[in-house]
Design a protein around this ligand. Structure first.
Ligand SMILES: Nc1ncnc2c1ncn2[C@@H]1O[C@H](COP(=O)(O)OP(=O)(O)OP(=O)(O)O)[C@@H](O)[C@H]1O
Length: 332
């Protein structure tokens, strides 16, 4: 059973085509990552799913209901944490939630408010003004508001953007607890690919309003590469260049440009790892290594067309242009 079905959806803002014939299915109970370059159409898709805007073409259905023909009941099916959620600073967290409860016409508002405050870890701060909340607390209050009506589908648009590592970890713990409720479908957008990898098993990758890939992360990974990712930690006297020259001489390995100065990361075929590590230890002083499967970053690189301007930090270095899309399985 699919919680979300989007078929041939087009959405235009004047001259800008935000979604261009997008089709995507997300099964019930999944925690699903929606990825894409800036302006790919992720927030537009969320706004369609929650009924804030209408598609110009195609159909959008949530929990088996066509969004175009549904009314206010959609608000209780879909909880939405928008990318930029702000609240009146003079209100307390509890007052903000009371206001949302009235909008949803909730019957047992006080009980629900106490419950969602507990879920997001804000019970102790409930009667403080939100003007004094940290970014992390404000995001968690926005999550509480999205959870008030016991939605079956929860849309989280860049929920941890701007949070410090503790705030991110706290938010992840809440999402993981929600995930344990198997009937809730959670869709998360984030530009932090490691976050999506931690929380989600399945993803879709959008680019310029089109679907470029969808499916289980492991399946997509297998489709784009057999390689493993090796991280070598440098000894005191070793330099990144020393390691890179051994790696480039090996031919089979592909160096990653990113380095923190203390380690070097490269991708290579698993069969080539022992030989390469032998050569490295002979030529360079290394402190250790680990070998793991390539991350979502690699799937991104292989899936998206080449960036026009590699100097922009928000754009990603990507592989050769793929004429088609990459879809693993029937339903994502
Ligand atoms: N209200 C609007 N008016 C005009 N253009 C818009 C509007 N909302 C979105 N767009 C455009 O539609 C395209 C898709 O935007 P959208 O916000 O859905 O992308 P996104 O994937 O969420 O981007 P980001 O990752 O940067 O948040 C972009 O080109 C954006 O500029």
């Amino acid at each position: 059973m699919n919680a979300i079905e989007v078929s041939g959806v087009t959405k235009e803002y004047g001259d800008v085509t935000a979604l261009d014939g997008l089709s995507l299915a997300i099964e019930s109970g999944a925690t699903f990552g929606l990825l894409g370059t800036n302006g790919a159409g992720k927030s537009t898709l969320f706004k369609l799913l929650v009924g804030h805007i209408r598609p110009d073409g195609g159909t959008v259905s949530v929990a088996g209901t066509d969004v175009s023909s549904s009314g206010p009941e959609l608000r209780s099916i879909v909880g939405y944490l928008p990318e930029h959620a702000g609240f009146p600073p003079a209100l307390t967290g509890r007052e903000v939630l009371s206001f949302h409860a009235r909008m949803h016409d909730l019957s047992n508002a006080e009980t629900r408010i106490d419950a969602v405050l507990g879920v997001v870890g804000l019970s102790d701060a409930a009667d403080r003004r939100v003007g004094g909340y940290s970014n992390g607390m404000t995001r968690r209050l926005a999550l509480a508001a999205a959870l008030l009506s016991r939605p079956r589908i929860l849309l989280l648009d860049e929920p941890t953007a701007g949070l410090d590592p503790r705030g991110v970890a706290a938010f992840h713990r809440v999402v993981e607890r929600l995930d344990a409720k198997s009937d809730l479908t959670v869709v998360i957008t984030s530009h932090v690919l490691s976050e999506i990898e931690t929380l989600c098993e399945k993803v879709a990758i959008l680019h310029e309003g089109q679907l470029r890939a969808s499916g289980a992360i492991d399946e997509l990974r297998r489709r784009v590469t057999d390689d493993v990712r090796v991280r070598v930690r440098l000894g005191e006297d070793a330099s990144v260049d020393d390691v890179n020259s051994v790696v480039s001489a090996a031919g089979s390995a592909q160096s990653e440009n990113s380095t923190d100065g203390h380690s070097v990361v490269f991708d290579c075929h698993p069969d080539d790892v022992p030989q390469l590590l032998t050569e490295l230890t002979e030529a360079v002083q290394i402190d250790g290594y680990d070998v793991r499967e390539p991350g979502l970053e690699r799937i991104f690189e292989e899936t998206l067309p080449e960036s026009e301007d590699d100097t922009q930090p928000s754009e990603r270095r990507v592989g050769a242009e793929q004429p088609g899309s990459l879809t693993a399985g029937e339903s994502a």
